[in-house]
Write a protein that binds this ligand. Sequence first.
Ligand SMILES: Cc1cc2nc3c(=O)[nH]c(=O)nc-3n(C[C@H](O)[C@H](O)[C@H](O)COP(=O)(O)OP(=O)(O)OC[C@H]3O[C@@H](n4cnc5c(N)ncnc54)[C@H](O)[C@@H]3O)c2cc1C
Length: 372
Amino acid sequence: MEALAGIEAFCSDVIEPFARNAAADRLPVSRKLAKAWGDLGMLGLQTPRELGGLGASYFAKISMVHALARRSFATAFSLNNMQSLVYIIATRAADEVREQHLSRLLQGDAIASVGITEPNGGSDLANMRTNATKVSGGWVVFGEKAWITNATICDLMLVSAQTATGTRGIGRFIVDMSSPGVERLPAHPMAVGHPAGLGGARFDRVFVPDSYLVDAPGEAFRLGMSAINGARTHVAAMCVATLQQSLATAVRYCVGREAFGKSLLNHQGLKWDLADVANRLEAANLLTYRAAERIADGCDATLAAAHAKKFAAESALFGVERCMQAMGACAVLESTSLVRHLGDLKLAGYADGTTEMQNERIGAFLIEHYAD
Ligand SMILES: Cc1cc2nc3c(=O)[nH]c(=O)nc-3n(C[C@H](O)[C@H](O)[C@H](O)COP(=O)(O)OP(=O)(O)OC[C@H]3O[C@@H](n4cnc5c(N)ncnc54)[C@H](O)[C@@H]3O)c2cc1C
């Protein structure tokens, strides 16, 4: 993966300072940063080469996000959403949509987002209220989306809308955010995760041409559900990376600081605490790679992704808190980034399906395999 050889240096030179400023100034990912990602090929990571991307494997994506999420979990989130939309437009959109938008998206000159969640809830997709009505030459979209990554800065949004009742009635439409009837809403006033640029939009009878229906009703829900396993495994990898960075910070600190005549890490209680963190980190990483392997092999990864995301999200919260305890008061200094990591990691339990929704997947497996 030659094109990605400079990613580690890019992350320490650009992402690290960006993440610190973004937390202090409450800033989303900037267009300048999106452009830098485009220049490095990161936005077209999995997009096939013949369509202008790098055609990299899912494992390459997981490796790349490690470098990013060690610096900023929320920035990694933003990048992943942009990449996903580029991939969808490259591989599924009509020719005219591709011609108009793909190269701008690949280069970071345009930004896209994925709008599923609504103000009344995100878990219960069948209860989606945004709707699309067929008219001559296209569709009219009406409704509101909330908690959408990159919504505050995006040019296009892939909007899920009901064309008929039930999840089979959901279609996915690319909406140009400059269309008449689109109202971009202010960023959610969050205490954490600012780089992800979470916000919403209202769609008041927005006309969308037929060619901008990317995933037809009947297909959209199935395609969304199969992609979600990749997204969940990706979140698990982000949790692993952020936890790994936090553990390294704690270990370095505890080796260098003395109490009662020896380094903190030579006190058994503390060393064992960090060993517990390392133990969960290892297990979360293995679950993540098991799920990634199934995705890369084209196998059903529903259960593996649910286990990986649930365990990695819970372990990361547990682990960063333990790392902070081991460091004493110095843990809360801004320079350690640990409070920022802890806050951002809380988001992992919501995004791409809450921990409870992962329990639903795992629970369904229990019934299927152990009930009789
Ligand atoms: C960082 C971040 C990025 C995001 N990016 C996007 C994005 O790009 N696009 C997008 O569409 N959405 C996005 N979301 C929204 C996310 O998908 C939703 O937050 C998620 O689906 C949960 O929906 P909700 O927050 O409305 O919670 P709700 O669905 O209202 O649920 C509230 C609580 O009830 C629990 N619950 C609900 N139903 C059940 C049940 N049957 N059994 C047990 N417990 C239940 C949930 O698990 C949760 O704990 C993002 C969220 C975050 C935090």
